[in-house]
Write a protein that binds this ligand. Sequence first.
Ligand code: VAH
Length: 317
Amino acid sequence: RIMITGALGQIGSELTVKLREAYGSANVLATDVRTNDSQAAKDGPFEILDVMDGNKMAEIAARHQADTIIHMAALLSATAEANPVFAWNLNMGGLMNALETARDRNAKFFTPSSIGAFGPSTPKDDTPQDTIQRPTTMYGVNKVAGELLADYYFHRFGVDTRGLRFPGLISYVTPPGGGTTDYAVEIYYEAIKNGSYTSYIDRGTYMDMMYMPDALQAIIDLMEADGSRLKHRNAFNVTAMSFDPEGIAASIKKELPGFTLSYNVDPVRQKIADSWPNSIDATAAKEEWGFKATYDLDAMTKDMLAKLETKLNKQNA
Ligand code: VAH
């Protein structure tokens, strides 16, 4: 069975559905610290699991005969910056428990890293796969430590660990949850609801982004890749596009001509965003396991607005 932690989070909630479609519902166990009424919680095996509880994680993994661990439970950048000690304990404690569970069970392992694993001294344009990583956020410290820990479990214990440095991910299924890039999710909701958006990230702040369908496919493609071809493991740069608030607003205006964008910059999240790259280089992922993204900004905008129109109208019905 595939066991997913954080299965009700932004990536987990859609990844669970996609993996169940790909491998059969009975073969994908979703776990999270609480349940809800989402498909991920209802359409297949589900267990309540706090990833800080290593014994419970091991017990659930054994009972469900987990042979693949996909560890998604973590606090994102802005939330982690507000609660740094808790973020360290949850992000690193949870990861250690998940790696130990994978080691015990000789399971395949995936956990995401992030463009947040880079810092102000990292080259900002076409950020290389292998480069300096001195992030200045607790989230980034967690991501760099997590990359090194997952590589250690590969080299020391032979655990087949693999990871992706995700850019900001845009999706319409779960509401934005504590990230810095989440302005690029909120803007679509507000465009539908109010025809306008006030951005907490300033104009000219470029960050890598990707539409969720491409992120989910990248996880599957990496996990199915021939391990002997991988020169890197934790974690591959992947990206689809890079834009600033003006860029995404221009894309929305092509669909909603009356849309207006204004600014009320949040210094905390602006500081986080300023410490990240403008655009990263995904050559290693393309060469080692055939990564490709299919959605560009305008294709994402069209799909996001159409899906949100339906979702928000249903909610108002
Ligand atoms: C965040 N969406 O903003 C996450 C992600 C690259 C950003 O790690 O924290």
